[in-house]
Design a protein around this ligand. Structure first.
Ligand code: C2E
Ligand code: MG
Ligand code: MG
Length: 272
């Protein structure tokens, strides 16, 4: 069934069955949307919607992730460039797989995508995972440095789930840590989750990194993160990943940062 899925993916890319959705990233202190994470979506005509957590691992195993990743990169960069031409500055974050990152020409691919679209590099962020960075940390550091030289931002996705070497964290030219959803789920009641999240935020502050929490679904989780000093969040509490048009309508055209209610509650949280 993995082979069938792999075959179907190749066809899907050719036939344009993939699309990108964008999940808003929100500044905790003022409720403003500060960026968008591009997440791939696939509707197969027979099977219906297939989750990336189902097909991305298969694509990673077969190597097809390199082609998918390139499509995602171009698509996301094009979208951000289109928004910018329309007068809207919206940074996009793109997930990068290990195999993609290990390609010797990866930095060139990124540079090419930026050049082709005309997007300023500062409006692109690459999301890397701890496992990517630790496989061969010295080589990873060189790659990160050539990407940083392009001017793109970088973050560590699913932070806390891999084996982070804190020594390398200090040297990597990254700007942001993304606290994995598994630690956010138990907030605020679970003492271990609360402890881990507090520790990540404090470490981020000490290293001058932005910290964003993933998978925020409740106001109680958001309030905890705000008090703990977390910078940003993304999650269903604000919005799931949205199609580009829906994203625009929700975040841009409908008068900016706050969907009805959220800003007010955030202010309330701050006043307490
Ligand atoms: P990720 O990069 O950590 O993305 C976060 C996942 O959490 C997304 O799932 C998102 O839809 C989901 N999510 C966001 N907010 C909430 C929430 O409040 N509650 C819950 N329960 N879930 C939330 P998605 O889109 O299914 O993607 C799963 C994973 O697949 C991603 O994890 C990422 O590792 C991978 N992925 C998705 N798109 C791409 C891509 O374009 N390239 C690569 N290499 N991987 C991708
Ligand atoms: Mg991600
Ligand atoms: Mg993540």
């Amino acid at each position: 069934s993995r082979m069938r899925l792999d075959h179907a993916m190749r066809q899907a890319l050719q036939e344009g069955q993939f699309r990108l959705h964008y999940q808003p990233q929100i500044n905790l202190a003022n409720g403003q949307v500060i960026g968008a994470e591009a997440l791939i979506r696939w509707r197969d005509p027979l099977r219906g919607e297939i989750s990336p957590s189902e097909f991305i691992p298969v694509a990673e195993e077969s190597g097809f992730i390199v082609a998918i990743g390139e499509w995602v990169l171009h698509q996301a960069v094009e979208q951000a460039a289109r928004w910018l031409r329309q007068g809207w500055r919206m940074p996009v974050a793109v997930n990068v797989s290990a195999l993609q990152f290990q390609q010797s020409q990866f930095a060139d691919t990124v540079a090419h995508a930026l050049r082709a679209s005309g997007l300023p590099p500062g409006l692109l962020e690459l999301e890397l995972t701890e496992s990517i960075l630790l496989r061969d940390a010295e080589e990873a550091l060189r790659r990160l440095q050539s990407l940083a030289a392009l001017g793109v931002g970088m973050s560590i996705d699913d932070f806390g789930t891999g084996y982070s070497s804190l020594g390398y964290l200090k040297r990597f030219p990254i700007q942001r840590l993304k606290i994995d959803r598994s630690f956010v789920t138990g907030l605020p009641a679970d003492a271990s989750d609360a402890g881990i999240v507090n520790a990540i935020i404090q470490m981020g502050q000490a290293l001058r990194l932005h910290v964003i929490a993933e998978g925020v679904e409740t106001e109680a989780q958001r309030d905890f993160l705000l008090r703990a000093g977390c910078d940003e969040f993304q999650g269903y509490l604000y919005a799931p990943a949205l199609g580009p048009q829906e994203f625009e309508e929700r975040v841009w055209r409908r008068g900016g940062p706050n969907p009805p209610g959220v800003g007010m509650r955030l202010m309330g949280g701050l006043l307490i």
